[in-house]
Design a protein around this ligand. Structure first.
Ligand SMILES: [Zn+2]
Ligand SMILES: [Zn+2]
Length: 163
């Protein structure tokens, strides 16, 4: 019996073959070929990376989450299609307000998520300037692994739950 019962089966779709992974790209690859985000930012330019939790040596993404009256910190993995996270736990399906730990503002809505009514993908920007048009959209429902990455207005990656 697996104790990680909340881990869902997902597919990582890649929509471009010519993305250049290098030491300046916003999406990078480890030596063993796994993709990760070296840095992400809120809409006010605050860097969300933290040393509080590392995932295979890489810094995690620190988020302030609010649900009902609770305010908690969770740190999520910087790897694409990786559901590991540390910190607070919520019941599966809890609708969260995902906020920047620095300015405490809720992350911006990008598009609705297909996992449930009222669920939205929230923006973690790839640069400090939202106008640069690079973002990862993460769902604001706890336990939903669906996300995507846009850069220069182009869809690069999408993680979808398998039915
Ligand atoms: Zn902020
Ligand atoms: Zn969702």
């Amino acid at each position: 019996m697996s104790v990680r019962k909340n881990i869902k089966k997902t597919t990582l779709n890649q929509y471009t073959k010519d993305y250049v992974f290098d030491e300046k790209s916003h999406i990078r690859k480890t030596a063993d070929g796994r993709m990760y985000l070296p840095a992400v930012y809120c809409h006010n330019g605050h860097k969300l990376m933290t040393d509080d939790a590392r995932f295979d040596g890489l810094r995690g993404v620190k988020l302030l989450v609010k649900a009902d009256k609770s305010r908690e910190i969770i740190v999520v993995s910087p790897f694409l299609d990786d559901q590991r996270k540390e910190g607070a736990n919520f019941p599966e399906g809890t609708h969260l307000q995902i906020c920047c730990p620095t300015c405490q503002e809720e992350l911006e809505k990008l598009i609705p998520c297909t996992c449930g009514y009222g669920a939205y993908r929230r923006a973690l920007y790839l640069t400090p300037n939202p106008k640069d048009m690079g973002a990862i959209g993460v769902c604001d429902t706890y336990g939903c692994p669906q996300s995507f990455i846009n850069e220069d207005g182009e869809l690069l990656f999408m993680v979808e739950t398998e039915e």
